[in-house]
Ligand binder design. Structure first.
Ligand code: AMP
Length: 146
């Protein structure tokens, strides 16, 4: 049932919405809302991964510092110690990582470059799709139909 991250990305696409570290938190909030996503990868000028800022970081900075934090740079509120995975990691690996680290987004890095992002929603969808295929195969086996 577990599939490689490369397959997940083939199905959902490799696009990653990013934000620069010196952009304002308000711009990050706008991007999260516009794209209907929960986290943005923060990139350096060379395109490398510098951090990640999720809706949870925004809620925390608003709760702790109020709305003035909307004009802070993203770099002040992002997480810099980013957990990433490779293309040959599996959905099972990601479920463990997401559960243990309490994160819902894992950027995919291949040969030092950002190659995609997998969210907890992508993992759940992939899991359900595989279960459906497995169930159909078992039904066919039991009923003898093909
Ligand atoms: P999330 O559950 O993904 O919304 O994120 C919860 C917290 O973990 C936030 O503080 C994020 O900045 C942080 N976070 C999210 N994804 C990652 C990641 N891949 N590596 C490190 N921290 C992360």
């Amino acid at each position: 049932v577990s599939v490689p991250v490369s397959v997940v990305l083939e199905r959902k696409g490799a696009e990653v919405i990013t934000v620069e570290a010196d952009a304002l938190v308000a711009a990050a909030v706008a991007a999260l809302s516009q794209h209907g996503i929960g986290a943005l990868v923060v990139t350096a000028a060379d395109g490398g991964v510098r951090g990640i800022i999720s809706e949870r970081d925004v809620v925390r900075c608003l709760a702790e510092h109020g709305s003035t934090s909307l004009t802070d740079p993203v770099s002040r509120h992002m997480t810099t110690d980013v957990v990433t995975c490779g293309l040959d990691s599996t959905t099972d690996d990601l479920m463990s990582i997401m559960t243990e680290r309490r994160i819902r987004h894992v950027p995919v890095v291949d040969a030092g470059a950002l190659a995609g992002i997998v969210s907890i929603g992508d993992v759940v969808k992939s899991r359900l799709d595989s279960l459906e295929v497995e169930t159909q195969a078992l039904q066919q086996y039991v009923t003898g139909s093909s």
